[in-house]
Design a protein around this ligand. Structure first.
Ligand SMILES: *Cc1c(COP(=O)(O)O)cnc(C)c1O
Length: 386
C-alpha cells in the first residue's frame, strides 16, 4: 500500500533537529508547561493572526474550553454541521448543552449560512432552547463562509467558533478565520495538516481577559493573575481554585515537536496545494473534484471526490494498493448519541454527500509519479464502469 498520509517522509525531512528538540525536553525534566509551551503558543499566535493562543490537551477540549468560559450549559443551543467529526458536536453535551444540526453547502461541505439563519429562527420560535453559539467547521481543510457566518452571529447575538481542526492554516481573502470568529480551535492529532506526535490542541482568541479565563480552566480553574488583583493568599496561588475547570495541558514534548513542524508548515501548505492542483487537472473530467470557496486557500486535510460508484472505486483502488477513506459515512444526526438533538428542516445535502464522498491519499510529500498512478487507476475504473 502507498501511504494515505506519509508522516515518515515529513520526519525524515525534519531530521536531527527534531530529535534533538525532543531529547532536550527529556533531559530538561520540564515535562509539564516547560518553556517550549510558551514559545510554541507565541509562534502559533503569530502564524494564526491571533492576539492569543492557548495550547491544550486535544482538539476536542479546545472546543469545550470556550463553551465553559462563556458559561454555555443546560438549556443552551449551539449550532453546527452534522457532516463532521464527532468531536464538533460532542463538545455541547460535555457541558450539558444541545447541538442543533444545520445542513451544509453541496459545493464546499461547510455549514450553509442561509440554512443556519433559518435554524436559529426555528429554535428561537420553538422556545425550548436558548441559542448561544455557532461552531463552523473548516471541513477537509477549507474555510467556511466566515463573512456570512459572522453577520448571522452578530444579528442573533451569538458567539462564533471556527473549528479549524482540519483547516488550520487556511485563509479567506488573506485572513485566517479568527478575523471573523470569536475563537478558532484546532487539533494536533498526528494526521491533521499540523499534527504532533500524540494528542494536542489549541484555542486562538482575541481578548486578554477571555484568554486568561482559558488559562485558568485548562488547569482546574486555578487562580490567574486577574483573579489575584487586590487579594492575598497565604499559600501557592496554584492551589487557589476560582472555578471548576479541568486538566487540559499539552505535553512540553508535543510543543517541542510542533515548534519544528510549524517552521515548515507554510511550505507544506504550498506543497499540498500543488498536489490538489495535480488531482484536479488529472481527474476533473471524470469525477467531481473539490471546489474551494472564492478567495479561499485550503490546507487540504483531505482531497475528497464524489462519484456514484464510490464503493466500487474504493475496492478497485485497494486492489491497486491505493488506500482511500470515507469521511464521513454516517452523519452525526444519524448516530445513536446524537439522534435526539434537533436538525430543523432536515439535512438532505449532508445525507447525499455521505453516500458519495471518497478521500484520496493527500500529504505534502506525495510524489508526482505516485500521484499519477493514483490518477490513472481512477481514470481506468471510471472509463470501464461508465
Ligand atoms: C480531529 C477533529 C476534532 C478533534 O480533535 P482531537 O484532537 O482528536 O480531539 C474536532 N473537530 C474536527 C472537525 C476534527 O477533524
Amino acid at each position: 500500500m502507498i501511504p494515505f498520509i506519509d508522516l515518515q517522509a515529513q520526519r525524515a525531512r525534519l531530521g536531527q533537529p527534531l530529535e534533538d528538540a525532543i531529547l532536550k525536553v527529556v533531559r530538561s525534566g520540564a515535562y509539564i508547561l516547560g518553556p517550549e509551551i510558551a514559545q510554541f503558543e507565541a509562534a502559533l499566535a503569530a502564524f494564526g493572526q491571533a492576539p492569543h493562543a492557548l495550547s491544550c490537551g486535544s482538539g476536542t477540549e479546545a472546543l469545550v474550553l470556550p463553551l465553559m468560559a462563556w458559561g454555555i450549559g443546560p438549556g443552551d443551543a449551539v449550532f453546527c454541521p452534522a457532516f463532521t467529526f464527532a468531536a464538533t458536536a460532542e463538545a455541547m453535551p460535555l457541558v450539558g448543552a444541545s447541538p442543533v444540526f444545520v445542513d451544509v453547502r453541496p459545493d464546499t461541505y461547510n455549514i450553509d449560512p442561509a440554512k443556519l439563519d433559518a435554524a436559529i429562527e426555528a429554535v428561537t420560535a420553538a422556545g425550548a432552547l436558548t441559542p448561544r453559539a455557532i461552531i463552523a467547521v473548516d471541513l477537509f481543510g477549507q474555510p467556511a463562509d466566515y463573512p456570512a457566518l459572522a453577520a448571522i452571529a452578530r444579528k442573533h447575538g451569538l458567539r462564533l467558533i471556527a473549528d479549524s481542526a482540519q483547516g488550520f492554516g487556511g485563509a479567506l481573502d488573506g485572513h485566517h478565520p479568527i478575523h471573523w470568529a470569536d475563537v478558532t480551535t484546532t487539533s494536533f492529532f498526528p494526521a491533521k495538516p499540523l499534527g504532533c506526535y500524540g494528542d494536542g490542541g489549541a484555542v486562538l482568541s482575541k481578548d486578554a481577559r477571555f484568554h486568561d479565563l482559558l488559562v485558568s480552566l485548562r488547569v482546574h480553574g486555578q487562580a490567574v493573575a486577574s483573579d489575584l488583583v487586590g487579594r492575598t493568599f497565604d499559600h501557592d496561588p496554584k492551589y487557589l481554585n476560582m472555578r471548576v475547570g479541568m486538566n487540559s495541558r499539552m505535553d512540553t514534548l508535543q510543543a517541542a515537536v510542533l515548534l519544528q513542524k510549524l517552521a515548515i508548515f507554510p511550505d507544506e501548505i504550498a506543497a499540498r496545494n500543488r498536489v490538489a492542483a495535480r488531482y484536479a487537472q488529472g481527474l476533473g473530467d471524470m469525477v467531481r473534484t473539490p471546489s474551494v470557496i472564492a478567495g479561499g486557500v485550503s490546507v487540504w486535510a483531505q482531497y475528497t471526490i464524489e462519484t456514484d460508484d464510490r464503493d466500487g472505486l474504493a475496492a478497485h483502488l485497494r486492489g491497486e494498493q491505493i488506500p482511500t477513506a470515507v469521511y464521513y459515512p454516517v452523519p452525526l444526526h444519524r448516530q445513536a448519541p446524537y439522534a435526539r438533538y434537533p436538525a430543523p428542516g432536515g439535512l438532505p445535502v449532508t445525507e447525499a454527500a455521505a453516500g458519495r464522498v471518497l478521500s484520496l491519499p493527500m500529504h505534502a510529500y506525495l510524489e508526482p509519479d505516485v500521484q499519477d498512478r493514483i490518477i490513472s487507476a481512477i481514470r481506468n475504473h471510471v472509463k470501464r464502469n461508465g
